[in-house]
Design a protein around this ligand. Structure first.
Ligand code: SF4
Ligand code: SF4
Length: 396
């Protein structure tokens, strides 16, 4: 704590701007709002702003310097009043009797995020600066924006896995899911997530559904989440001989939060040399007897493995291995494939490709389905889905 306090006091991220008598404390995005408010209200010469880039522990020496140069203080801090309480305590311990307020000024509360207008109003109200809120821009006469639902990336292997699973298991199956990019499988047309509870909740709730219903159960979990909290549920499934299929979507990284490594990631490309665990060996070690390793871009073989998994009387695990294309690109392992095109003469325009996969590289031009060459990574999945064999790699 002592060293952290010293670092906080010396950190270039913690500093005082200005030397006016009106003190404002801000951290993170609220500093930008405060900066704009001070400019808009033309009170730059009247304020001192304590910017807390490293807000915990509160830099005491800097805080004291700030408290001694101001006459009153406004804390612009979102959510819990941590800085507010600490600054008040610091003032009290040092006998400094300046008014300090945060929560309760204008609309500053513990709830929700602040916004520029809210901060401007609070600054004006607290320091008694005349202020007129700008007239809100009316947008009622603008045409509505098209919906842009979140979507798996073009060529995402999860799309291929979901497609294959739905082809084999259909809609009358319970699909628990978990937390990761693959949660996006919830949206149509994939519709491969009936619910998400918490990290690892998909596997453990699958045990319950397998026990309590006659429906088939296919549970999805990512590689990273599997290591985080999927193993306990899997052990429970083995121990109690629950019958369901667990699909581990192994894209070789923790994709959703920015490609952090996890225990089965090859860290050599990142300049690290950490021991690498095999998901298959971990699954075997948990006691699973029926394990299938699939490459999801091979739809036919993936479906065959899923079929075998469905017929197994017990817990079956399918490990679907294909690197996240964004991660692959970042470590120099991106696909070298050509983008795909639709042969418009062969295409019967029944839109199986669009309606069953919804790859964002596909779009409608007039009534015809097209592929955006800049987005397509040549994963081949749409070509396997098209019953007319109308989709093929672009020719030179
Ligand atoms: S599935 Fe094939 S034939 Fe049907 S619209 Fe798509 S490209 Fe055309
Ligand atoms: S090959 Fe088809 S499914 Fe794969 S990225 Fe290109 S358009 Fe999308």
């Amino acid at each position: 704590q002592g060293r952290a306090l010293e670092q906080s006091d010396q950190s270039p991220f913690n500093r005082i701007v200005g030397n006016g008598k009106w003190g404002i404390v801000a951290n993170g995005v609220t500093f930008d709002y405060v900066y704009d408010a001070v400019k808009d209200l033309k009170i730059g010469d009247k304020v001192s702003i304590l910017i807390l880039g490293l807000s915990h522990p509160l830099p005491k020496k800097l805080g004291l310097k700030f408290l001694r140069q101001v006459e009153k203080v406004l804390i612009a801090e979102e959510l819990e009043p941590i800085n507010e309480m600490e600054l008040k305590a610091l003032a009290q311990e040092n006998g400094i009797a300046v008014p300090i307020k945060g929560k309760g000024v204008a609309a500053f509360s513990r709830l929700y995020e602040y916004d520029p207008g809210m901060v401007r109003k609070a600054v004006a109200e607290y320091f008694g600066v005349p202020y007129k809120a700008p007239v809100a821009v009316t947008v009622s006469d603008l045409p509505p924006l098209p919906n842009r639902p979140p979507s798996l990336c073009p060529g995402c292997p999860h799309r291929a896995s979901f497609y294959a699973v739905k082809q084999v298991y259909g809609n009358d199956t319970i699909y628990p899911s978990d937390i990761g990019c693959y949660t996006l499988g919830v949206l149509p047309p994939l519709s491969a997530a009936d619910f998400v509870i918490c990290m690892g909740g998909g596997v453990s709730s699958s045990c319950g559904f397998a026990q309590a219903t006659d429906q088939k159960v296919v549970s999805f979990i990512g590689d990273s989440t599997f290591f985080h909290s999927g193993i306990t549920g899997l052990i429970n499934a083995v121990h109690n001989n629950h019958k369901f299929t667990l699909v581990i979507l192994d894209n070789g990284t923790t994709a959703m939060t920015g490609h952090q490594p996890h225990p089965s990631v090859d860290t050599a490309a990142m300049g690290l040399n950490l021991p690498q665990l095999s998901i298959e060996e971990v699954v075997k070690g948990c006691g699973v007897k029926d394990i299938h390793i699939v490459k999801p871009f091979n739809i036919k073989k993936t479906m065959e493995s899923l079929q075998a998994s469905m017929e197994y009387d017990g817990i079956s695990v399918v490990i679907s291995q294909e690197l996240c294309p964004l991660f692959a690109k970042s470590v120099g392992k991106g696909r070298k494939a050509k983008p795909f095109v639709i042969n418009q003469e062969k295409c019967k325009n029944h839109r199986d490709c669009l309606n069953k996969l919804a790859c964002p590289a596909m779009y409608l031009e007039g009534e015809r389905v097209m592929i955006n060459q800049n987005l397509c990574i040549g994963c081949t999945v749409c070509a396997q889905v098209c019953p007319e064999h109308a989709i093929a790699p672009m020719k030179d």
